[in-house]
Design a binder for this molecule. Structure first.
Ligand code: TXA
Ligand code: MG
Length: 312
């Protein structure tokens, strides 16, 4: 069910859970004043309790109230990217945010989202915890309809239209005097170079090191369809292609287009919608055209496709 800003604020102030739009993906929001509402988010999503939630705030000033320390670079990062698709993991002042939200960690992930409606809600009823508004393991929701597909038509949604980035925020963590990427996202590692003076490296739990971002260890973003990523040549028996609108594929194939092969921003914006379309149309398997640059935002697209192709 679609509600307006005053109504969702009232619901949040009473301890309810609502879905809100952001520029990245839709989020399932609860006020940190209501630990039981936070529990309800985990239950609704079927999310493992060891996977902490991002605290969404209206400004950096608000985030600072919850931080035990503010490492070097935070100010320039927030001035450059907030409001926007960047999440910063910072050491928490103990006792201010319910433990179920932080999964018992001594840090909190913060973000100031860039959506006019949700900024109004945050001003009135924030701070809010907000994981992506999808069932755990499914592609994130980038439209109000996606939220309703996962949680039912009656679920309260503030409709802010299709998300402008359509890809989650990039999560940065400060470790050993450097910023590292805990989750790849809408801002590519190259985009930090002019701000930090170096390119943050990924700490995704590969090469034997544990993930810094607990969510990285779970399967994610997956439609029911089997995605075939590992073949450069389209297998003959697969009639469905996830590809680009400026490429030619065999006429017998049905194309689910991600957009132009020259526009990573457009492709990342469309990705989850396309993955959800496969389920809507009961597609059993699809071949994915992985012939795109392995740089910039394309790396995030490749990482999401790789996770989406993993089966339980
Ligand atoms: O774009 C986004 O970030 C969206 C919108 C709604 O803001 N939110 C989102 O939340 O993607 P979620 O819960 O789906 O993903 C949050 C990620 C998870 O991988 C989680 O493990 C990580 O952030 N995270 C949260 N708190 C953390 C912490 N204290 N340390 C390390 N990673 C953390
Ligand atoms: Mg998520």
């Amino acid at each position: 069910m679609r509600y307006d800003v005053p109504k969702v604020c009232t619901m949040l102030e009473k301890g309810g859970v609502v879905a809100l739009p952001t520029e990245t993906v839709y989020g399932l929001a609860a006020s940190i004043k209501f630990p039981h509402a936070i529990d309800q988010i985990f239950a609704l999503k079927k999310r493992p309790s060891d996977n902490p939630l991002i605290l969404h705030v209206a400004s950096f000033e608000q985030a600072k109230q919850y931080c035990a320390e503010v490492p070097s670079g935070v100010q320039v990062l927030e001035e450059t990217f907030w409001p926007g698709p960047l999440t910063l993991v910072l050491k928490a002042k103990p006792g201010l945010v319910p433990e179920n939200a932080t999964a018992g960690l001594d840090s909190i992930a913060f973000r100031v989202p860039n959506h006019p409606l949700t900024l109004q809600v945050l001003e009135a009823a924030g701070p809010l915890v907000m994981p992506s508004a999808n069932l755990s393991g499914k592609p994130s929701a980038t439209r109000a309809e996606h939220v309703e597909a996962d949680f039912g038509e009656a679920f309260p949604v503030l409709d802010g239209g299709a998300c402008r980035f359509g890809m989650e925020s990039t999560v940065l963590v400060f470790r050993n005097a450097r910023w590292e990427i805990a989750r790849m996202g809408a801002i590519s590692s190259e985009e930090f170079v002019h701000v930090l003076g170096y390119e943050p490296k990924e700490r995704l739990g590969t090469n034997g090191s544990p993930p810094i971002s607990p969510g990285q260890k779970y399967r994610h973003y997956a439609p029911f369809a089997l995605l075939i990523l590992d073949r450069t040549v389209l297998p003959e028996d697969v009639g469905v292609v996830i590809g680009f609108n400026d490429r030619k594929y065999p006429e017998s194939c049905r194309l689910f287009s991600l957009g132009s092969s020259g526009d990573a921003r457009e492709v990342s914006r469309n990705l989850y919608h396309v993955l959800r379309e496969l389920d809507m149309r009961n597609v059993a398997q699809a071949w994915v055209d992985m012939d795109f640059p392995k740089a910039g935002l394309w790396l995030t697209v490749a990482e999401r496709l790789s996770k989406a192709s993993q089966k339980m």
